[in-house]
Write a protein that binds this ligand. Sequence first.
Ligand code: FES
Length: 362
Amino acid sequence: MIYLAALLIGLSLLGALATLAISLHGLWLWWQGRQQRLGRRLRIRRSQWLSEDLLHLELVHPWRLPLPRFAPGQFLTILAQPPGSRPMRRCYSLAAWHSRPWQYQLCIKREALGRMSQWLAEQAQPGRSLRILPPAGHFTLESQHGPHLVLIAGGVGITPMRAMLHAWLKRPGGRRLTLLYGGRDQAALAYHQELLTLAAAHPEFDYRPALSRDSQAPSAWQGRLDRQRLSEIVTADSEVFICAGDALLKACLAHLSDLGLPDSRVHWEAFGAGALGAGAGQFALDWQGEALDYNGQPSLLHALHEQGVELAADCWGGHCGSCRLGCKGAVEWRQQPALALPAGQILACCCIPKEPLQLVRL
Ligand code: FES
């Protein structure tokens, strides 16, 4: 009798434990899903202007817990809704890498027409919280890349390159790394002193600024990031990563193609919603039955957002797929999507209309 009672109590306890475990697992999944949708709050530990328009931010967990790991080259998405404004979301590359991150670093360029960057420039003070989606993105440095890594950065495009450099410094694995960094003058180069110090300490790391308007700089640094400069560095065993505005990116891709480097060894990311510049033309848009229009914005995504369409856009560079739409009608691609798209689908951040379009959310 006693054994039977003990057995029943044991089974009840096991049942209770199993129920508790299932409930906790469900709670955990719900919490994870919530963080994926709404993001987690991280606290700004430090903010510092690196130049007149580049803001460096360091974010930590409010309870000083470790943060999710990420690959060098990935980005964070910041969610915000300033008073009286629509919700905004923008992606910013992580500017530093650590195998076990206790902080995230970002470098944000204040854009004249960038609502998020203007808001961050005013509001991102130490102690303030920001809502952040988990790290994401496919523009990443992997251990098999190499043996000669060439990183090409223009302006704020240094951010993912700095994270890649940090990862390479931890595990160089016999690989060499050359960083070409284009800017107006030395004052415009973020992290310039740090990069010089690292180059002095690591013979396998070659740091080469390219300054378009700095007559005081060493002569080797003066001049644009042009074909000549690339041809001095790129060899058949190079693997190239580029993060730059549209003009520099296109020029570098053309030069690398001329130099015979296969596309499979070239990885790139364009930055910034404004990187495309103004578009052209005026066309009617049928947005799920609602009449909207396109009027010369840099991309369809700009046009839709301006007219109040809530459409996710995590990268503004054709990488994340969050702005994918069904489309009837012809478009002009202003930047090449990094994703293969079936017929009848577009990435709104990458194109503008060539004729009236019918658009649907997928
Ligand atoms: S916003 Fe990421 S692909 Fe368009």
